[in-house]
Ligand binder design. Sequence first.
Ligand code: S3P
Length: 175
Amino acid sequence: MGKIISLNKVALVGPMGAGKSTIGRLLANCLSLPFHDSDHVIEEKSGADIPWIFDVEGEEGFRDRETAVLESLLEEQKVVIATGGGIVLREKNRQLLQQADAVVYLKADTERLVQRTIKDKKRPLLQVDDPRQKILELLAQRDPLYCEVATHTVNTDSRSPKVIAQQIAATLTSL
Ligand code: S3P
């Protein structure tokens, strides 16, 4: 009898505005797995929102919380995790992500990412004079890291989140 491959842990990575939370929730639904958004779990556990954490504890404080949450979410038996855009920065997180059965890199056109995030007040890294330039810098720095951890890469530009989630589910379950 052939080996039964089960798909129990899936992580979504990619830049701010790529649709990780929306697509992650829909994907979890398609796969009948529980869904968690790491940023939401950080906020729940700390009782504070992300801008407050960045303000009071700095980016490093936020990253420490992010690593702890990633570690605990990956201990779940079954889970789809939407990660924050900076999850790939730490080597430890990149190693932790290897525990997932699949890591999907959600890519989007740069201009689309800029449009979706430029006016956002809840993303501390984009509260700068030139958020567009910042988005470009973050992409240049992080794209190789997303590629390093990803088992699959999906472009999100021309289809609806629902269709993308269904296609990811179909690809992952036909492995
Ligand atoms: C960050 C992305 C955010 C959040 C935090 C830092 C980043 O998550 O974790 O503001 O470094 O790119 P989203 O990618 O869900 O916006």
